[in-house]
Design a protein around this ligand. Sequence first.
Ligand SMILES: C[S@@+](CC[C@H](N)C(=O)[O-])C[C@H]1O[C@@H](n2cnc3c(N)ncnc32)[C@H](O)[C@@H]1O
Length: 289
Amino acid sequence: MNENNKIQKEYYDQDLANVWSYPEHYTSYEKANWKWGDFPFSNNLNGTDFYKIKIKSKLENISILEVGSAMGAAYNFLNNSNLIDLSNYTGIEVSKSGNEFCVNNYKKANWIHADFTKFNLSKKYDYSYERISVHHMAQPLVQYDKILSNTNIAASFSFRGCINGETISNINKACFFELDGKYYCNIINVFDVINVGLKNDFNDIRILFGGLHEPFIRDEEEAKKNRGNPYVSKEIDLESKHVSRFQVRLRKNKILKKPKIYVTGHPRTFIKYPLITLELINKIKKIKT
Ligand SMILES: C[S@@+](CC[C@H](N)C(=O)[O-])C[C@H]1O[C@@H](n2cnc3c(N)ncnc32)[C@H](O)[C@@H]1O
């Protein structure tokens, strides 16, 4: 067994449905706050979405996939808006308590109780999204590829990422400790995600730079005592990675002649991190499309 498989075995030897059913999962995610910017929807798919996104007219006859649907708060937001046709909505979630809650409370949607990393998508969806879920899973880029290769129109991902260096996905060296086990604290290079998007023919890619990530716990024993806080081993050099929060929105824009990749964010974030913003923009310019 190679080193990677050994590390992943630790993840898969656990009962993930339980690991993700710690008591606060229920309270944190039932009323989680969602806004239009967290979703891939748009009333103007061939236009440019700068910072603020708002849906004004109803999107009809669409299929939707949500990965890591937790307690269904995103579905609830969309349902209350009355602006999205939810007749073909699928949410995949590994948490036992999350899935049960959705099945009992939102009966019209299709809730799948599964570990997404082991789940084969058997059909395509018009819109797909995940928010801070894939960054807790094994092989995050494989999961993004799986989502994008099964998405027709647009997708949205939100994750803990970095600008430089390789994507980190190692449950021994970067994880969260929970009551019944642990899960990944991936640091996903935003350019790796862009490349997966380009490979899957997404030609309109918006990166929202959410600013630098707060410091991690670097000592394993301390992290075990601070359940639910992100741990990154001292062995991982974070110095020049610029670990940040990102959202990436990807679309298949029918009128673009060549791929367009651009950065957005709150002006305050750009003012606070001018050099990192510039580095991000310069790196985007160098992407071969
Ligand atoms: C940090 S929470 C985010 C919940 C929600 N997306 C939100 O933004 O409020 C991560 C979610 O992903 C789910 N998740 C983690 N690993 C998973 C896996 N391998 N398969 C399916 N769901 C998973 C967790 O159970 C949890 O509900």
